[in-house]
Design a protein. Structure first.
Length: 380
């Protein structure tokens, strides 16, 4: 289960479900237990895994249904589903011809909001995993020359409990985990899953009819919107450090307007054109704030002190003491507006920056108008 890259690669819940379904189908037709199964993932990597928890219903020589489990391993990028068992139960259906009917059982979430991979009411088993499951089961059906249909139920007894530690509830998936994956692999230390989650949330807002996409890097921004403006937090999307990706995804989803709200500790960086605000990527907060002092005043000593600050709040306090915070943040917001609009292109974008200690720090030129539009739905 390791790819030759020097890092241990894991396999998705989709790969586990497909392998379990294949194993159960083989045992159903063979009428005997097996202890391993192998599939080829969409990435072309073989997933060879142990089969656990085998249960054969009916007489041993004439089983009517078989269930078994595959244990999920996430490699060097462990998540909350690491080491959990993903089950598949396979049974025959004589009345239909040539179908593979896939359903979710205990511990598999149900879609409750539009904009996801599946329709509202369906089990949260995404398209690629469904294709993988069907391909593996159909190959077994063909091998045994079976022309009827097969029911496949994917379930995970721990799923409901584990789902509480995921984004599922916020995305509109209730009652369990999702069966996901596009390559079949869990790439070590990948940011892809988080960006994919942001994309799903943005598509959901479009499907729900939101005209202006409200985005914040984190919970501080959500709480500021709630406490200051009475904003419904469910209407916003959390983008973490991926400001630039969120803007790109909003455009791709068809949004023409976006409001970015966040703490100065992250958003000040965008005044320098930094669109991934993770500290390991770049950090020019103090340089930006010091340059705003030079631009707004002759307080060179204040600028020098700011260069030695650790936090945006500490730097802002020095601006307040010098009586120049408004002039400084006017300049900073101008630079934020320039870089955001450069990235956004034809999409209208505005920004609100705040501090936990000092409240509102600054707004771009059209932020007030956009805020009114967010609350009223009006274009005026």
């Amino acid at each position: 289960m390791t790819i030759n890259t020097g890092k241990k690669t894991g396999f998705t819940t989709g790969s586990c479900a497909a392998a379990a379904a294949k194993a159960a189908a083989i045992m159903l037709f063979e009428k005997t237990k097996i202890d391993s199964a192998a599939i080829v993932t969409p990435a072309g990597v073989v997933f060879d895994t142990v089969v656990e928890e085998v249960c054969m219903e009916g007489d041993r020589g004439c089983a009517t249904a078989v269930s078994c489990a595959v244990r999920k391993h996430s490699g060097d990028d462990p998540d909350v589903t690491d080491n959990m068992l993903i089950y598949a139960k396979v049974s025959l259906r004589d009345e239909d011809k040539g179908r593979v009917i896939i359903e979710g059982g205990k511990g598999i979430g149900r879609v409750t909001r539009p904009g996801l991979d599946r329709q509202v009411g369906e089990a949260a088993i995404n398209t690629v995993p469904r294709q993988m499951i069907e391909r593996e089961v159909r190959a077994v059906m063909d091998e045994y020359d079976y022309s009827g249909s097969v029911d496949v139920v994917i379930f995970a007894p721990e799923g409901e409990e584990i789902a509480e530690k995921t984004f599922n509830s916020g995305l509109g998936i209730e009652g369990g985990i999702s069966i996901i994956g596009t390559t079949g692999l869990v790439e070590p230390m990948s940011t892809r899953a988080l960006i994919d989650t942001i994309a799903v949330q943005i598509r959901q807002k479009m499907a729900l009819g939101e005209k202006i996409l409200v985005v914040s890097p984190g919970n501080y921004g959500f709480h500021f919107m709630r406490d200051t403006y009475g904003f419904d937090l469910d209407r916003a999307v959390k983008c973490s450090n991926y400001i630039g990706e969120a803007i790109d995804l909003a455009k791709d989803a068809g949004f023409s307007e976006m409001l970015l709200v966040g703490h100065g500790g992250k958003l000040v960086k965008t005044a320098g054109g930094i669109m991934n605000t993770h500290s390991q990527v770049a950090d020019c907060r103090m340089e930006i704030m010091a340059s705003s002092v030079i631009h707004a005043s002759d307080r060179v000593e204040t600028a020098k002190k700011i260069l030695d600050c650790v936090s945006v709040d500490d730097a802002y306090e020095l601006m307040i003491k010098a009586g120049i915070e408004r002039q400084c943040f006017s300049y900073i917001m101008d630079r934020i507006e320039y870089h955001l609009k450069k990235r956004a292109g034809n999409m209208r974008i505005e920004c609100i920056v705040f501090s936990n200690s000092y409240g509102l720090m600054g707004k771009t030129s059209g932020a007030d108008i956009m805020m009114r539009q967010v609350f009223t739905g009006s274009e005026n």
